[in-house]
Every structure is written in structure tokens, then in C-alpha cells.
Design a protein around this ligand. Structure first.
Ligand SMILES: C[S@@+](CC[C@H](N)C(=O)[O-])C[C@H]1O[C@@H](n2cnc3c(N)ncnc32)[C@H](O)[C@@H]1O
Length: 258
């Protein structure tokens, strides 16, 4: 299944970064990171995660962001500019990395695996390019449960829609098993659910539906009238001040590379 999100509107990745920033900070702060000299950020998009990693790791760290989308790599390079001299970006496929075995001390991916048909292949690549004693860490959603109150029919439809358009919408709960199947002895797991009367959370649903709209039509999941009604309902909820939104839980999982 190809990547279903149209990345024309970069505000969506910026919004994801703003919402997920504190969750990622908390995860990074919890990791027993060795002194990191080389770090890989896989599925880096426009570099939001890569820059966040740079802010959390030692000054001297060399960071490489990899994404399959050449346009996002261009944006990542221009946003980072020459000030972030230790960050570079490369176009590449997470399933076939061009790096030698054991190149990085820390290999990270956020919100990548649920888009992939074969996440275990990418996890195996992440382990391959990580040095022995290094850390492989991922953050992924499990889209089965999300809701708002007062309730909305649009939120009730979202898990099914995501499960049909994303290759692995419920990957969060599978991550422990996937790492175990790859021989990792004791994956560490933390699960965090964001909730709040927070317009950013509510807006993210509308922006995702807009970004996957073309894929929803192409795959016959919705017709254009249904897509329009869904978008309008999500906008209505977004514009209500007193609506509580409970987002998909984020599974943060890490392993020590043996
Ligand atoms: C939802 S975005 C997440 C971006 C960033 N990690 C973040 O959390 O803000 C997913 C990214 O994965 C990239 N992607 C999808 N499939 C990929 C693959 N096979 N190899 C590399 N990147 C991929 C997409 O182009 C997109 O930029």
C-alpha cells in the first residue's frame, strides 16, 4: 500500500510536530542514551523530528534525516539551513537503507511504520544500521480508539477510515511483538494518550482527512459527497470551543541493540 497522505499542505506536518513535540521530548528524556555521535531519523518528513532530536542530543552529534519524498527533503534542507551544520537530509527508502551495518548509535522513527505494508522489514533495517549497544526507538499511534465529547459521528468513523487507508493503523499494540520477532530480548514500552479541549488536536483530524482525501476517493472508501460531509463535520467540531478530544494513543517503544 503506497503512502496515502498527500503532503501538499505542510501545515499538517507542522501541526503533528507541535502536538507530538512534548510526547517525543518525554520519550527522548526517558532513554538511557549512550554518548551519541551519529543519529538516524527515518521518515523524517520536513525535518521536524530531526531538529527536535538535535535539540535533545549532544552538541557534536551528526544527524541524518531520511525520507522517501524528495520534495519534503528539499523543505527539510531549506528549513534547517546552514545553521544546523550537523544535520543532513537524504532521500531514501526506509526498507532499503544505503548505510553500512552498525553506522548509528541511535536510530529513531516517528509516525512512519503505520504507513508501511512491511514494518518488520524497516525495523530490521533500523536494527541493522544501529551499532551494538546503541538504541532503536519508535513512536507510533494505535488508531483504534479516538473520540470527542460532545460526540460526533465523524470521530466514530475515523478508526475504520484509517484502517482502510493506512497499511497498519493499529500498529501501536504490535510493536512489542515485532521487536521480539526480530530477536530483541526486552522491548520497553510507554503508552501516552493526549486529551484536551484543545483546538490543535481537533484540527489535526480535519487536516489528516483533507490530506488523505484523494486516497479515500481513489480507493473507493468514500465518494466525494461523503468526503465533503466528513470534512464539514470535522470543521464544525474544530470550531466548537468546548469539545474535548481524545487522540489516538501513542506507543513509544525502544530496544537496546544487542
Ligand atoms: C506522518 S509523516 C512523519 C514525519 C515525521 N517523522 C514526524 O513525525 O513529524 C511520515 C513520513 O514518512 C515518510 N515515508 C513513508 N514511507 C516511507 C518509506 N518507505 N521510506 C522513507 N520514508 C517514508 C513520508 O514521506 C512522510 O514524510
Amino acid at each position: 500500500m503506497a503512502y496515502a497522505i498527500s503532503e501538499q499542505n505542510l501545515e499538517r506536518q507542522k501541526l503533528l510536530a507541535s502536538i507530538m513535540g512534548p510526547v517525543t521530548d518525554r520519550f527522548l528524556e526517558s532513554l538511557p542514551l549512550p554518548s551519541v555521535s551519529r543519529c538516524l531519523d527515518l521518515g523524517c518528513g520536513m525535518g521536524e523530528t530531526t531538529r527536535q532530536l538535535a535539540g535533545k542530543l549532544d552538541n557534536g552529534v551528526e544527524l541524518i534525516g531520511v525520507d522517501q519524498d524528495p520534495n519534503l527533503i528539499e523543505v527539510a534542507r531549506s528549513v534547517s539551513g546552514s545553521a544546523d551544520g550537523k544535520i543532513t537530509f537524504q532521500q531514501g527508502d526506509a526498507a532499503h537503507l544505503s548505510f553500512e551495518d552498525q553506522t548509528f548509535d541511535f536510530v529513531f522513527a516517528r509516525y512512519l511504520l503505520h504507513h508501511l505494508d512491511q514494518p518488520q522489514v524497516v525495523l530490521a533495517e533500523m536494527l541493522r544500521v544501529c551499532k551494538s549497544g546503541g538504541i532503536v526507538a519508535v513512536q507510533e499511534p494505535d488508531c483504534a480508539k479516538q473520540y470527542c465529547y460532545p460526540e460526533s459521528w465523524a470521530y466514530e468513523k475515523i478508526p475504520e477510515i484509517y484502517s482502510r487507508v493506512f497499511a497498519n493503523a493499529f500498529i501501536g499494540r504490535q510493536l512489542y511483538s515485532l521487536f521480539r520477532q526480530l530477536g530483541c530480548p526486552s522491548p520497553h514500552i510507554d503508552v501516552m494518550t493526549l486529551a484536551g479541549v484543545n483546538v490543535e488536536l481537533r484540527r489535526s483530524y480535519r487536516m489528516v482527512i483533507e490530506a488523505i482525501g484523494p486516497a479515500l476517493i481513489e480507493k473507493g472508501i468514500l465518494d466525494s459527497k461523503e468526503l465533503q460531509e466528513l470534512g464539514e463535520e470535522l470543521r464544525r467540531v474544530e470550531e466548537q470551543d468546548e469539545v474535548l478530544c481524545v487522540w489516538s494513543p501513542t506507543f513509544s517503544v525502544w530496544v537496546n541493540r544487542t
